[in-house]
Design a protein around this ligand. Structure first.
Ligand code: A2P
Length: 276
């Protein structure tokens, strides 16, 4: 299974389909990463807050595939925001993983009420310069947070990883990303643990016409728009199915049908109020 990669402003590139690992513990993450690697995944998404970085790295080692063939993302939560706390945060994450670097380091949430994300980002720039993070980005940032970063710092985030699915299309954020060369990464691309994105009849009808599963239709919706998606599954059949979305196409009518599923501009988690 060949998965396209998308160039990042760091000069590296990110495989368009990756494995989400929340809420797996270390043992589950290790086992799932081995299965995912066998299925063809080379992009794994974790976070310090998930508590499974060590398990993800263990799975990569157990897979027998070289570390440098994987694209590994981790994220630092609020405990590592402010001043240079991210230096210690990344050091501890790398020790847990026994890796020299991560491919992508993200600020997990903006926490705007704390107002520490600008100083955190300056520290991320240092971590990028010294090579411990090969690309740096953010997660759950709204346009106002991105504008503040742009006004006060010098490096544009390579990625903004946001909750995104047909019901939560985040059009305003995506337009900003496109204008500034930021790659959009979709978390909960299938709608999360309730997999709400798979149920609508529009998705079911497209799936039966194309002889694909609803999950494949939804993931195709992501990748055909140039989004990176990180669906989570522990099931080998689903892992393989979720990666197999690069050999069919949705039509303009399919996109129009799926646009009716949008919950509008304010759907989804509000990172001015939520985060950790
Ligand atoms: P499971 O791990 O049992 O496969 P998201 O990535 O949007 O957060 O969604 C994750 C949820 O979607 C998990 O509950 C996962 O369950 C389920 N899931 C993942 N892939 C598929 C699939 N191909 N079909 C149905 N459900 C899926």
């Amino acid at each position: 299974m060949s998965v396209p990669s998308i160039p990042l402003n760091s000069g590296t590139s990110i495989p368009q389909m990756g494995l989400g690992t929340w809420p797996l513990d270390d043992a589950e993450a290790a086992a799932t990463v081995v299965l995912a690697a066998e299925a063809g995944y080379r992009h794994i998404d974790t976070a310090t807050r998930y508590g499974n970085e060590a398990g993800v790295a263990e799975g990569i080692r157990r897979s027998g595939i070289a570390r440098e063939d994987f694209f590994v993302t981790t994220k630092l939560d609020g405990a590592f925001q402010g001043g240079d706390l991210a230096i210690a945060g990344l050091r501890a994450a790398l020790e847990r993983m026994a890796f020299d670097y991560v491919d992508l380091l993200l600020i997990h949430w903006p926490l705007p009420q704390r107002d520490d994300y600008v100083s955190t980002w300056r520290t991320f720039e240092e971590l990028y310069d010294d090579g411990r993070a090969r690309a740096i980005g953010v997660s759950n940032f709204k346009v106002a947070h991105l504008e503040k970063l742009a006004a006060e710092t010098g490096v544009v985030p390579a990625v903004n990883q946001i909750e995104l699915s047909p019901a939560i299309p985040r059009m305003e954020q995506r337009a900003y990303h496109e204008a500034h060369g930021i790659v959009t990464e979709s978390w909960s691309p299938l709608g999360g643990s309730g997999t709400g994105a798979l149920n609508p009849s529009a998705v079911q009808q497209i799936a039966s016409r194309l002889e694909r599963t609803p999950a494949q239709v939804v993931l195709r919706w992501h990748v055909q728009q140039g989004l990176v998606a990180i669906p989570k599954s522990t099931d080998p059949t689903r892992l393989a199915q979720n990666l197999d979305v690069f050999s069919f196409e949705l039509s303009p009518d399919d996109f129009a049908a799926m646009a009716t599923l949008s919950g509008g501009p304010n759907a989804g988690v509000d990172s001015d109020r939520s985060g950790h």
